[in-house]
Design a protein around this ligand. Structure first.
Ligand SMILES: *[C@@H]1O[C@H](CO)[C@@H](O)[C@H](O)[C@H]1NC(C)=O
Ligand SMILES: *[C@@H]1O[C@H](CO)[C@@H](O)[C@H](O)[C@H]1NC(C)=O
Ligand SMILES: *[C@@H]1O[C@H](CO)[C@@H](O)[C@H](O)[C@H]1NC(C)=O
Ligand SMILES: *[C@@H]1O[C@H](CO)[C@@H](O)[C@H](O)[C@H]1NC(C)=O
Ligand SMILES: *[C@@H]1O[C@H](CO)[C@@H](O)[C@H](O)[C@H]1NC(C)=O
Ligand SMILES: *[C@@H]1O[C@H](CO)[C@@H](O)[C@H](O)[C@H]1NC(C)=O
Ligand SMILES: *[C@@H]1O[C@H](CO)[C@@H](O)[C@H](O)[C@H]1NC(C)=O
Ligand SMILES: *[C@@H]1O[C@H](CO)[C@@H](O)[C@H](O)[C@H]1NC(C)=O
Ligand SMILES: *[C@@H]1O[C@H](CO)[C@@H](O)[C@H](O)[C@H]1NC(C)=O
Ligand SMILES: *[C@@H]1O[C@H](CO)[C@@H](O)[C@H](O)[C@H]1NC(C)=O
Ligand SMILES: *[C@@H]1O[C@H](CO)[C@@H](O)[C@H](O)[C@H]1NC(C)=O
Ligand SMILES: *[C@@H]1O[C@H](CO)[C@@H](O)[C@H](O)[C@H]1NC(C)=O
Length: 540
């Protein structure tokens, strides 16, 4: 019996030796608080360190609290196989759009979203992708690209396929890139503000902590902590703008460059309304009176998830319930105002993008009369006087300039909620930026995402349109050149064209079907200038 036991123990020991031998060929990184092992993409020859925790998970007592770094000393092995995404939600108008597109009921879409796998509050994780040549290299470190996903601060996750960018960054003996993609808290969990018992803009603090993690740990993966570029589209892009203007520029940031792509922005989000709605929904769902964050965070996870879903659902056309807003601290004022005041971090180099037709899917298609246009604008701008509304409609966007009221509404929303902020960034930087216009029809919001992450498959349509492959390479090479050398013209393979500096004549690289055009920024106009001044003057 004893003999049998010891034989079994011996066997187990041998087995463990086998496994540790195997583990030594599996790339791993000792983070101090855990040992994280990678999987290998043999086709692309890169390692994937999946689901690395970058903060203590915001559960139990840490719900609705600032993220805390992970301390401790542990040789626990994390193989990254436990995937997590943050709790998801979406406003009814986006649910209806999807339902119409797929010809199913709203409930079908809601169920798909709300039952999406692997949603948990314990979602502060990131993925690190490292070319094997980078990982093996001990002498020099490789530039890093950190991806902040979009999704209206309510949906989405770090899941992305960077294979195309990684491959392209290594062509012609390019040094490659380390790519990091992060989760951050969404919806109510990340953006509940508007009262004295909340910590506002937690999602921004999550993102900042993830970037600080990159600065601290990325050299262990072969990445260069002093060559970090942050990229993001939509909510990811406006997040970047909030970081650049954080504390009015009075702080150092753990990155050197940034690529905001169509910063999507509900500048006048009403956090108090969001807070009150959350408490009303929570009270309604539980049948008890919930009126404080303490009472809210005492709810069980499933109930809280339901509160988040039902609250976010109530966003009115084109709008979200939760998102970043001035808090007198990390966000001292509106970023548009801080940019105008020069109160932002001037060290960050910028490559900026916007699309030609940003807001088509963000405007109520039923707007067809002058009155409907007025009412829609009045609802969007509750603080604007009638005189201001009249100036916007009659002088800045006169009906005669548009073929339909819908197109007029689209132009207003594109300017205010998406595009003009890119102009403010360029001006704030003294025109020392690189700016592109993505103008391949239809040029909808986020259409440039599938170009950014183009991976050789032009037949699978993201937004229903095929990718113009040479133009995808132009965008990727611009991103790679900017990340590796601070200049979109300096990708290892060069650029099949010439990316101008913005300059005092406001030059942008227009990416159009089949060709590149250097032209004057369409946002160098009185409309964008007026909106920024109106935000400074508090007219809107
Ligand atoms: C692995 O890399 C290839 C290209 O190098 C890519 O097409 C593929 O999607 C990647 N696989 C996974 C699972 O990410
Ligand atoms: C972690 O533990 C190891 C061994 O127990 C020790 O040598 C090391 O100094 C510790 N590191 C930290 C940061 O506490
Ligand atoms: C959910 O996570 C598990 C592992 O934790 C993974 O195998 C599965 O693919 C994930 N599902 C989705 C839809 O991402
Ligand atoms: C949508 O689905 C309904 C049944 O659910 C069907 O009757 C109708 O023809 C469909 N419409 C389209 C455009 O496919
Ligand atoms: C990196 O090292 C691993 C393990 O030694 C090896 O399998 C892989 O081929 C190397 N990759 C490159 C590009 O040298
Ligand atoms: C927060 O506001 C509530 C209601 O306005 C008030 O009763 C409470 O005293 C305030 N708490 C603090 C800490 O200021
Ligand atoms: C924001 O919402 C609160 C609560 O619903 C409301 O009292 C306040 O007037 C709103 N503020 C603006 C500017 O609309
Ligand atoms: C309260 O719950 C009822 C029944 O579920 C629902 O019809 C109603 O819209 C809810 N009200 C709010 C403000 O959430
Ligand atoms: C809920 O509780 C708060 C704080 O005790 C109180 O101010 C409020 O009136 C109550 N609301 C309802 C609907 O009972
Ligand atoms: C603003 O204009 C609307 C629509 O013409 C009107 O109903 C409203 O009373 C006006 N408000 C003020 C304060 O004049
Ligand atoms: C913008 O989108 C609208 C609606 O789909 C379309 O009619 C128009 O052609 C688009 N404009 C451009 C410049 O692509
Ligand atoms: C930037 O360009 C604008 C014109 O587009 C000009 O008004 C402004 O003075 C320029 N800024 C600098 C610092 O040259």
């Amino acid at each position: 019996m004893i003999k049998a036991m010891s034989r079994r123990a011996m066997l187990a020991h041998l087995m463990s030796l086998c496994f540790s031998t195997a583990a030594s060929t599996t790339p791993s990184v000792n983070l101090g608080y855990e040992i994280h092992t990678a999987t290998v993409n043999t086709t692309g020859d890169y390692y994937i360190f999946s689901n690395v925790p970058y903060a203590q998970q915001p559960v139990d007592d840490l719900r609705f609290k600032l993220p805390l770094s992970i301390t401790g000393n542990s040789s626990t092995i994390n193989d990254g196989s436990t995937t997590a995404i943050c709790i998801q939600g979406a406003p009814i108008w986006t649910i209806q759009q999807s339902a119409n597109l797929y010809n199913v009921s709203d409930e079908v879409i809601e169920a798909l979203l709300w039952n999406e796998a692997n949603q948990t509050e314990a979602c502060l994780l990131l993925d690190v992708y490292v070319p094997s040549s980078t990982f093996n290299k001990t002498t020099t470190k490789t530039p890093v690209l950190v991806y902040i996903h979009g999704g209206g601060y309510a949906v989405g996750s770090k899941a992305v396929d960077p294979a195309g960018l990684i491959a392209r960054s290594q062509l012609d003996n390019g040094e490659g890139m380390v790519i990091v993609a992060i989760n951050y808290r969404l919806g109510m969990y990340g953006w509940l503000g508007g009262a004295n018992d909340t910590i506002p803009n937690l999602g921004l603090h999550d993102q900042l902590m993830a970037m600080q993690w990159v600065h601290k740990y990325i050299s262990l993966f072969g990445g260069d902590p002093d060559q970090v570029t942050v990229i993001g589209g939509s909510a990811g892009a406006s997040s970047i703008v909030f970081h650049i203007t954080s504390y009015g520029g009075k702080s150092t940031l753990p990155f050197k460059r940034a690529i905001p792509q169509s910063p999507a922005f509900q500048f006048n989000i009403n956090s108090t309304a969001g807070y009150e709605l959350t408490m009303t929904v929570a009270s309604n769902i539980t049948g008890t009176n919930i009126s404080t964050v303490a009472e809210l965070s005492a709810l069980d996870a499933a109930t809280l998830k339901s509160v988040n879903e039902k609250t976010i659902l109530q966003g009115s056309w084109g709008n979200v319930v939760f998102g970043p807003a001035p808090d007198g601290d990390y966000v001292p004022k509106l970023p548009q105002v801080l940019l105008a005041e020069g109160a932002f971090n001037k060290d960050i180099e910028l490559l900026i993008g916007h699309n030609s037709n940003e807001s088509v899917s963000f405007v109520d298609p039923s707007i067809s009369t002058d009155t409907e246009m007025f009412l829609s604008l009045e609802e969007q701008l509750p603080e604007a006087s009638n005189a201001t509304l009249a100036y916007i409609l009659d002088t800045l966007y006169p009906a005669a300039n548009y073929s339909t009221q819908f197109q007029r509404a689209v132009q207003i929303r594109s300017d205010v909620y998406f595009a003009c902020t890119t102009r403010y960034l360029a001006l704030a930087k003294g025109n020392e930026t690189y700016s592109y216009l993505f103008a391949i029809s239809p040029g909808y919001h986020a259409d440039d995402t599938q170009y950014t992450f183009y991976d050789g498959d032009s037949s699978t349509l993201d937004s229903g349109y095929p990718v113009d492959v040479p133009m995808a390479y132009v965008l990727q090479d611009s991103i790679i050149g900017f990340t590796q050398a601070g200049d979109p013209n300096k990708a290892p393979v060069g650029l099949n064209g010439s990316f101008p500096l913005y300059g005092s004549d406001a030059q942008v690289l227009a990416i159009t079907l089949d060709r590149l055009v250097t032209e004057t920024d369409d946002l160098d106009n009185v409309r964008c200038a007026w909106w920024q001044q109106a935000m400074i003057d508090g007219l809107v």
